[in-house]
Write a protein of this length. Structure first.
Length: 132
């Protein structure tokens, strides 16, 4: 029910419950942002992606197969590529290329842009700056 102003607050309660269930069962660390979950399997853990999904299937948690990524040391979460082995975070290359192309347009002589375009660029730059 995205678009309904109260839906984010209601979903937060459900998502917090799901995180608590997984933490109690020994999964994690686990972080969430709205409907995005980021789960880390530490070296001493032996659970699989199937174990993770199976834990909450009986209560109806609808994990999307398209959004589940195999456990790996590099994962995309909240628009960044997190490399746990290298202990680094980066913008995905396609996102960086798109941002650089947009900046190039803004820096071209006699460039004119709307307020909406300025707000969009500002939001993208703020997001990218979160890396630091």
């Amino acid at each position: 029910m995205f678009g309904l102003s109260s839906s984010a607050g209601v979903f937060r309660s459900v998502a917090d419950m799901v995180v608590a269930i997984y933490q109690r069962a020994g999964f994690g660390p686990i972080k969430k942002w709205v409907d995005d979950f980021f789960v880390v399997r530490l070296p001493d853990h032996s659970w699989t992606e199937q174990d993770f999904v199976r834990l909450t299937v009986h209560i109806g948690v609808p994990w999307s197969p398209q959004k589940i990524h195999p456990l790996a040391s590099c994962q995309r979460y909240i628009g960044f590529d997190w490399d746990l082995a290298a202990k680094s975070v980066a913008l995905p290359s396609e996102k960086l290329s798109k941002l650089l192309a947009t900046l190039s347009l803004w820096l071209s002589p006699n460039a004119r842009h709307t307020r909406k375009e300025a707000q969009s660029l500002q939001g993208r730059l703020v997001h990218a700056s979160c890396i630091f």
